[in-house]
Design a protein around this ligand. Structure first.
Ligand SMILES: [Zn+2]
Length: 295
Protein backbone atom coordinates (compact mmCIF):
# COMPACT_ATOMS: atom_id res chain seq x y z
CA UNK A 1 0.00 0.00 0.00
CA UNK A 2 1.29 3.42 -0.91
CA UNK A 3 0.75 6.33 1.41
CA UNK A 4 0.78 9.39 -0.79
CA UNK A 5 1.99 12.75 0.47
CA UNK A 6 -0.71 14.37 2.51
CA UNK A 7 -1.68 15.93 5.79
CA UNK A 8 -4.84 15.11 7.73
CA UNK A 9 -6.45 17.26 10.35
CA UNK A 10 -8.50 15.58 13.08
CA UNK A 11 -10.51 16.36 16.18
CA UNK A 12 -11.31 14.32 19.26
CA UNK A 13 -15.07 14.36 19.70
CA UNK A 14 -14.91 14.04 23.51
CA UNK A 15 -11.95 16.28 24.28
CA UNK A 16 -10.95 19.83 23.45
CA UNK A 17 -7.95 18.54 21.50
CA UNK A 18 -7.19 18.70 17.82
CA UNK A 19 -4.47 17.06 15.80
CA UNK A 20 -2.64 16.85 12.54
CA UNK A 21 -1.04 13.82 10.92
CA UNK A 22 1.42 14.48 8.09
CA UNK A 23 2.87 11.78 5.83
CA UNK A 24 5.48 12.59 3.19
CA UNK A 25 6.98 10.24 0.67
CA UNK A 26 7.60 11.44 -2.89
CA UNK A 27 8.16 15.08 -1.91
CA UNK A 28 11.00 14.07 0.44
CA UNK A 29 12.58 11.83 -2.22
CA UNK A 30 12.42 14.69 -4.72
CA UNK A 31 14.07 17.19 -2.39
CA UNK A 32 16.80 14.70 -1.47
CA UNK A 33 17.40 13.80 -5.13
CA UNK A 34 18.39 17.40 -5.94
CA UNK A 35 21.59 17.35 -3.85
CA UNK A 36 24.04 14.81 -2.53
CA UNK A 37 23.32 15.64 1.08
CA UNK A 38 25.35 13.93 3.80
CA UNK A 39 23.33 11.12 5.41
CA UNK A 40 23.02 13.02 8.70
CA UNK A 41 21.26 15.94 6.99
CA UNK A 42 18.69 13.94 5.02
CA UNK A 43 16.33 13.10 7.92
CA UNK A 44 16.55 16.69 9.18
CA UNK A 45 15.25 18.00 5.86
CA UNK A 46 12.40 15.49 6.03
CA UNK A 47 11.51 16.56 9.58
CA UNK A 48 11.50 20.22 8.62
CA UNK A 49 9.29 19.50 5.60
CA UNK A 50 6.83 17.50 7.70
CA UNK A 51 6.74 20.23 10.34
CA UNK A 52 6.20 22.99 7.76
CA UNK A 53 3.34 21.07 6.16
CA UNK A 54 1.78 20.28 9.53
CA UNK A 55 1.93 23.84 10.87
CA UNK A 56 0.72 25.28 7.58
CA UNK A 57 -2.40 23.12 7.64
CA UNK A 58 -3.02 23.95 11.30
CA UNK A 59 -3.05 27.67 10.55
CA UNK A 60 -4.89 27.16 7.29
CA UNK A 61 -4.14 30.25 5.22
CA UNK A 62 -3.20 31.34 1.72
CA UNK A 63 0.49 32.06 1.54
CA UNK A 64 3.81 30.61 2.62
CA UNK A 65 4.93 29.21 5.94
CA UNK A 66 8.64 28.61 6.36
CA UNK A 67 10.87 27.18 9.04
CA UNK A 68 14.47 28.28 8.88
CA UNK A 69 17.31 27.53 11.24
CA UNK A 70 20.74 29.14 11.32
CA UNK A 71 23.23 27.62 13.67
CA UNK A 72 26.85 27.26 14.64
CA UNK A 73 27.03 23.56 13.70
CA UNK A 74 27.89 21.66 10.54
CA UNK A 75 24.71 22.85 8.86
CA UNK A 76 24.90 26.59 8.32
CA UNK A 77 21.27 26.96 7.42
CA UNK A 78 18.33 24.71 6.76
CA UNK A 79 14.89 25.71 5.60
CA UNK A 80 11.64 24.16 4.53
CA UNK A 81 8.56 25.93 3.30
CA UNK A 82 4.98 25.04 2.54
CA UNK A 83 3.04 27.26 0.14
CA UNK A 84 -0.76 27.38 0.09
CA UNK A 85 -0.95 24.24 2.28
CA UNK A 86 0.20 22.25 -0.73
CA UNK A 87 3.63 22.91 -2.26
CA UNK A 88 6.76 21.93 -0.35
CA UNK A 89 10.43 22.66 -0.90
CA UNK A 90 13.49 22.54 1.33
CA UNK A 91 17.20 23.30 1.24
CA UNK A 92 20.22 22.84 3.51
CA UNK A 93 23.56 24.62 3.30
CA UNK A 94 26.41 22.99 5.15
CA UNK A 95 30.16 23.17 5.67
CA UNK A 96 32.33 21.93 2.80
CA UNK A 97 34.23 19.75 5.26
CA UNK A 98 31.02 18.33 6.74
CA UNK A 99 31.75 16.12 9.70
CA UNK A 100 28.79 14.34 11.26
CA UNK A 101 30.70 13.90 14.54
CA UNK A 102 30.32 17.62 15.21
CA UNK A 103 26.99 19.19 16.24
CA UNK A 104 24.73 19.22 13.18
CA UNK A 105 22.79 22.42 13.89
CA UNK A 106 24.63 23.62 16.99
CA UNK A 107 23.39 26.70 18.77
CA UNK A 108 21.48 29.31 16.88
CA UNK A 109 18.04 30.54 15.99
CA UNK A 110 15.01 29.17 14.30
CA UNK A 111 12.55 31.47 12.57
CA UNK A 112 8.94 30.58 11.86
CA UNK A 113 7.76 32.93 9.13
CA UNK A 114 4.22 33.26 7.84
CA UNK A 115 3.72 35.31 4.71
CA UNK A 116 0.04 35.49 3.84
CA UNK A 117 -0.99 36.53 0.34
CA UNK A 118 -3.09 39.17 2.04
CA UNK A 119 -2.20 40.78 5.33
CA UNK A 120 0.91 41.13 7.41
CA UNK A 121 4.01 38.99 7.54
CA UNK A 122 4.56 37.33 10.89
CA UNK A 123 7.85 36.02 12.24
CA UNK A 124 8.53 34.22 15.49
CA UNK A 125 12.10 33.49 16.51
CA UNK A 126 13.19 30.72 18.86
CA UNK A 127 16.67 30.50 20.33
CA UNK A 128 18.24 27.07 20.08
CA UNK A 129 20.66 26.93 22.98
CA UNK A 130 20.66 23.21 23.50
CA UNK A 131 21.85 21.45 20.38
CA UNK A 132 20.47 18.15 21.74
CA UNK A 133 16.88 19.36 21.37
CA UNK A 134 15.09 18.02 18.35
CA UNK A 135 12.90 20.12 16.06
CA UNK A 136 9.75 18.69 17.68
CA UNK A 137 10.81 19.90 21.13
CA UNK A 138 11.88 23.30 19.82
CA UNK A 139 8.45 23.77 18.24
CA UNK A 140 6.63 22.56 21.35
CA UNK A 141 8.55 25.11 23.39
CA UNK A 142 7.63 27.82 20.90
CA UNK A 143 3.90 27.09 21.15
CA UNK A 144 4.07 26.88 24.91
CA UNK A 145 5.91 30.17 25.40
CA UNK A 146 4.76 32.35 22.52
CA UNK A 147 1.24 31.13 21.95
CA UNK A 148 0.44 29.58 25.34
CA UNK A 149 -1.06 26.61 23.54
CA UNK A 150 -0.44 23.17 24.96
CA UNK A 151 1.19 21.28 22.08
CA UNK A 152 2.99 17.99 21.56
CA UNK A 153 4.75 17.07 18.33
CA UNK A 154 6.33 13.84 17.14
CA UNK A 155 8.46 13.85 13.97
CA UNK A 156 9.83 10.92 12.00
CA UNK A 157 12.16 10.83 9.02
CA UNK A 158 14.55 8.57 7.20
CA UNK A 159 16.34 8.74 3.83
CA UNK A 160 13.06 8.43 1.90
CA UNK A 161 10.09 9.46 3.98
CA UNK A 162 9.00 11.79 6.72
CA UNK A 163 6.00 12.15 8.96
CA UNK A 164 4.64 14.13 11.84
CA UNK A 165 1.92 13.94 14.45
CA UNK A 166 0.74 16.92 16.46
CA UNK A 167 -1.73 17.23 19.30
CA UNK A 168 -2.88 20.64 20.38
CA UNK A 169 -5.24 21.67 23.17
CA UNK A 170 -7.96 24.00 21.92
CA UNK A 171 -8.72 27.09 23.94
CA UNK A 172 -12.08 26.79 25.67
CA UNK A 173 -14.40 29.39 27.08
CA UNK A 174 -15.28 29.19 30.79
CA UNK A 175 -18.78 27.85 30.07
CA UNK A 176 -17.46 25.11 27.77
CA UNK A 177 -14.92 24.20 30.40
CA UNK A 178 -17.58 23.72 33.09
CA UNK A 179 -19.70 21.64 30.68
CA UNK A 180 -16.89 19.19 30.04
CA UNK A 181 -16.08 18.92 33.73
CA UNK A 182 -13.42 21.61 34.03
CA UNK A 183 -9.66 21.73 33.99
CA UNK A 184 -8.98 18.47 35.81
CA UNK A 185 -10.86 16.46 33.26
CA UNK A 186 -9.13 18.37 30.45
CA UNK A 187 -5.76 17.55 32.01
CA UNK A 188 -6.68 13.88 32.29
CA UNK A 189 -7.81 13.55 28.71
CA UNK A 190 -4.79 15.51 27.44
CA UNK A 191 -2.41 13.25 29.36
CA UNK A 192 -4.18 10.13 28.12
CA UNK A 193 -4.06 11.24 24.47
CA UNK A 194 -0.37 12.19 24.76
CA UNK A 195 0.49 8.77 26.18
CA UNK A 196 -1.40 7.04 23.36
CA UNK A 197 0.20 9.27 20.69
CA UNK A 198 3.68 8.55 22.08
CA UNK A 199 3.33 4.91 21.03
CA UNK A 200 3.36 5.85 17.32
CA UNK A 201 6.05 3.92 15.45
CA UNK A 202 7.91 4.98 12.28
CA UNK A 203 6.62 1.96 10.34
CA UNK A 204 3.04 2.98 11.14
CA UNK A 205 3.31 6.60 10.05
CA UNK A 206 5.40 5.65 6.99
CA UNK A 207 3.28 2.74 5.82
CA UNK A 208 -0.37 3.06 6.89
CA UNK A 209 -3.22 5.30 5.80
CA UNK A 210 -3.96 8.19 8.17
CA UNK A 211 -7.28 6.70 9.26
CA UNK A 212 -5.62 3.40 10.17
CA UNK A 213 -2.80 5.13 12.05
CA UNK A 214 -5.27 7.16 14.12
CA UNK A 215 -7.48 4.16 14.78
CA UNK A 216 -4.51 2.14 16.02
CA UNK A 217 -3.38 4.93 18.33
CA UNK A 218 -6.70 6.12 19.69
CA UNK A 219 -9.13 3.27 19.08
CA UNK A 220 -11.28 4.03 22.13
CA UNK A 221 -11.48 7.76 21.40
CA UNK A 222 -13.99 8.97 18.82
CA UNK A 223 -11.91 10.85 16.23
CA UNK A 224 -13.32 13.04 13.50
CA UNK A 225 -11.10 13.19 10.42
CA UNK A 226 -11.10 15.94 7.82
CA UNK A 227 -10.34 15.05 4.21
CA UNK A 228 -6.57 14.69 3.70
CA UNK A 229 -4.87 17.53 1.86
CA UNK A 230 -2.42 16.43 -0.82
CA UNK A 231 1.14 17.80 -0.74
CA UNK A 232 3.89 17.79 -3.34
CA UNK A 233 7.35 19.09 -4.08
CA UNK A 234 7.13 22.25 -6.14
CA UNK A 235 9.53 25.09 -6.66
CA UNK A 236 8.53 28.74 -6.95
CA UNK A 237 11.45 29.77 -9.15
CA UNK A 238 10.75 31.32 -12.56
CA UNK A 239 12.41 33.31 -15.33
CA UNK A 240 10.68 36.44 -14.01
CA UNK A 241 12.00 35.98 -10.48
CA UNK A 242 15.49 35.29 -11.82
CA UNK A 243 15.22 38.46 -13.93
CA UNK A 244 14.27 40.37 -10.78
CA UNK A 245 17.40 39.05 -9.08
CA UNK A 246 19.49 40.50 -11.92
CA UNK A 247 17.66 43.82 -11.63
CA UNK A 248 18.52 43.82 -7.92
CA UNK A 249 22.20 43.52 -8.89
CA UNK A 250 21.86 46.83 -10.71
CA UNK A 251 22.62 47.71 -14.32
CA UNK A 252 26.38 48.45 -13.97
CA UNK A 253 27.09 45.15 -12.23
CA UNK A 254 24.87 43.12 -14.58
CA UNK A 255 26.32 44.69 -17.73
CA UNK A 256 29.85 44.12 -16.42
CA UNK A 257 29.03 40.43 -16.01
CA UNK A 258 27.68 40.30 -19.56
CA UNK A 259 30.86 41.99 -20.78
CA UNK A 260 32.97 39.44 -18.96
CA UNK A 261 31.00 36.20 -19.45
CA UNK A 262 28.60 36.87 -22.33
CA UNK A 263 25.63 35.69 -20.25
CA UNK A 264 24.34 35.55 -16.68
CA UNK A 265 23.23 32.19 -15.32
CA UNK A 266 20.87 32.00 -12.39
CA UNK A 267 20.73 28.54 -10.82
CA UNK A 268 17.86 27.66 -8.52
CA UNK A 269 19.30 25.95 -5.49
CA UNK A 270 16.03 24.25 -4.66
CA UNK A 271 15.33 22.50 -7.94
CA UNK A 272 18.49 23.05 -10.06
CA UNK A 273 16.60 24.80 -12.82
CA UNK A 274 19.00 27.10 -14.70
CA UNK A 275 17.88 30.44 -16.16
CA UNK A 276 20.29 31.87 -18.74
CA UNK A 277 20.19 35.58 -19.61
CA UNK A 278 22.09 36.74 -22.69
CA UNK A 279 23.10 40.31 -23.52
CA UNK A 280 19.74 41.07 -25.17
CA UNK A 281 17.79 39.64 -22.22
CA UNK A 282 19.74 41.75 -19.75
CA UNK A 283 19.33 44.90 -21.89
CA UNK A 284 15.59 44.25 -21.92
CA UNK A 285 15.47 43.87 -18.11
CA UNK A 286 16.85 47.36 -17.66
CA UNK A 287 14.79 49.03 -20.38
CA UNK A 288 11.61 50.80 -19.17
CA UNK A 289 9.31 48.80 -21.44
CA UNK A 290 10.24 45.66 -19.50
CA UNK A 291 8.28 46.84 -16.47
CA UNK A 292 4.99 45.23 -17.47
CA UNK A 293 6.52 41.81 -18.08
CA UNK A 294 8.13 41.57 -14.65
CA UNK A 295 6.85 40.62 -11.17
ZN1 LIG B 1 13.52 26.17 -8.46
Amino acid sequence: MTVLDNTTRFLFADSAVRGELTQLDRSVSEVLSKHHYPAAIQPLLGEFMAAAAMLSDTIKFEGTLSLQVRGSGQVRSLMAECRDNRALRALAQYNDDFDDRGPILGEGQMAITIEPKQGHRYQGVVEINDSDLGLAQVLEGYFQRSEQIRTRIWLFADQHKAGGLMLQAMPQSASESSLTGGDDEDDDSWSRLVILASTLKPEEIFGLEAETVLHRLFHEEPVRLYPPRPLEFECTCSADRSGNAIITLGAPEALALIEELGHIDIDCQFCHERYIFGADDVQRLFSPSADDTLN
